[in-house]
Each structure stands twice: as structure tokens, then as C-alpha cells.
Design a protein around this ligand. Structure first.
Ligand code: G3P
Length: 217
């Protein structure tokens, strides 16, 4: 499963990229607002930090303006993935952009039928929001299972990008189901490495090592 960081914080992205575990980045208008940076400027900087896809979202709601915004975003770097909302205009834009060779991430997906439409529109990625789904009393992971089943039934290439990830169990379940990608806040990605028994084990080994009076270097 590929790991994307869901953030526009360049320090976090640089730190995660240095681990070699980061396959891409997703941003959205809320994350850009949180960064306090200029959209085009921060996205350009992010594209230089990771080799993989960097999602940048259009904000227009009509197809014609989405295409104009997408042209500006595509000019930033080769690893830009244009993020469009799951609306009829967004799907039309997705089809036009992918036909033209661009990567497209169709976002704000909350149903398997929406995911089916995105695949038919040639989306590179479909982003079902599991956390927001759960928050509203739906089963986010059931949605991922349904999309996996449907995409496999028809051999769609669209990658399932599990978004709105809130905790390590979301990541575990997404991996069990066979999602292609998950995007999570950097804190959640770091949390995946944590286990109380790992910490306790290190503590015990180091205490015994100290008693040997030896050093490796
Ligand atoms: O980038 C889209 C998605 O990951 C947003 O997550 O936590 O705002 O629901 P969240």
C-alpha cells in the first residue's frame, strides 16, 4: 500500500520524505489555509520534496473554469495530480484531463456508486473519506470493501486512495482490504511505528547492554 501525507506542511513532508516511506502528498483548500502559505508556491515546494503524486485541488464548480484552473496547476510540476470534486462537472473534467495524460484524484467520495462513476471517468485515484463517513454514522471501511469489490469485478485501474484517515486502525483495515493508497496526517503515519512493547523492549535491552560495559563504536 502506498503512503501519502495529507498535509501542506513542508517541514512535516520533508521529514517523512527523508524516511523513504512517503509515496506522495495530498492537499486540499483547508490544508492550504492551515499552512498559511500561498497555494501555488507551497504546492511547487511540495512537488520538489517528493517524487510521487502531489494532489492540488481546483476550487471552481463548473467544468470550463475547472479546466482553466487545472491548466495552471499542471504547469507547476510533472508530479501534480489534479483534484476534482465528485460532481458531474468534476467527472467531466476528470475525463478530459486523464484523456490528455494528466493524473486526476476525484475527491469527496462517499458512496460506491460515486466511485464507479469516477472509475468510468478514467480517474487515476478515487478518494473515499472514511473518517467523515464514520463521523456521520456510516461504515467507512465497508465503503472501501465495496469499492474494492466493484473495481476488481470490472478490472478498473483507478487506485483506491483511502482519505480522511484518523487513526492507525483505519490504515490497518485499508491494508487488509487491499486499498492501493492511504493518505493520513503525518502524526498518524508516525503513530504506525509505535508500540508499547517496542519501547519496553528497547529499554530492557539497553539496561542489560549497559551492564556488559561494552560499546560497539
Ligand atoms: O484530503 C482529504 C481528506 O483526507 C480530509 O480529511 O480529516 O479533513 O476529513 P479530514
Amino acid at each position: 500500500m502506498k503512503f501519502f501525507a495529507d498535509t501542506a506542511d513542508v517541514n512535516d513532508i520533508a521529514e517523512l520524505a527523508a524516511t523513504g516511506l512517503l509515496d506522495g502528498v495530498t492537499t486540499n483548500p483547508s490544508l492550504i489555509h492551515k499552512s498559511g502559505r500561498k497555494f501555488l508556491e507551497v504546492v511547487k515546494e511540495i512537488c520538489g520534496l517528493v517524487d510521487g503524486p502531489v494532489s492540488a485541488e481546483v476550487v471552481a464548480l463548473d467544468h470550463a473554469t475547472m479546466m482553466k484552473e487545472a491548466a495552471v496547476l499542471r504547469a507547476i510540476a510533472d508530479n501534480i495530480a489534479i483534484k476534482v470534486p465528485l460532481t458531474i462537472d468534476g467527472l467531466k473534467t476528470c475525463k478530459a484531463l486523464t484523456d490528455d495524460g494528466a493524473m486526476v484524484n476525484v475527491t469527496l467520495c462517499f458512496s460506491a456508486n460515486q466511485a464507479l462513476l469516477a472509475a468510468k471517468a478514467g480517474a487515476t485515484f478515487i478518494s473515499p473519506f472514511v473518517g467523515r463517513h464514520d463521523d456521520n454514522g456510516f461504515d467507512g471501511m465497508q465503503l472501501i470493501s465495496d469499492i474494492r469489490l466493484i473495481y476488481d469485478n470490472y478490472g478498473f485501474d483507478t487506485e483506491i486512495l483511502v482519505a480522511s484517515v484518523r487513526h492507525p486502525i483505519h490504515v490497518l483495515e485499508a491494508a487488509r482490504i487491499g486499498a492501493d493508497v492511504m493518505t493520513a496526517p503525518p502524526a498518524v503515519i508516525r503513530q504506525l511505528s509505535k508500540h508499547v512493547l517496542t519501547d519496553k523492549g528497547i529499554e530492557g535491552f539497553l539496561a542489560d547492554w549497559a551492564k556488559t560495559g561494552q560499546s560497539i563504536l
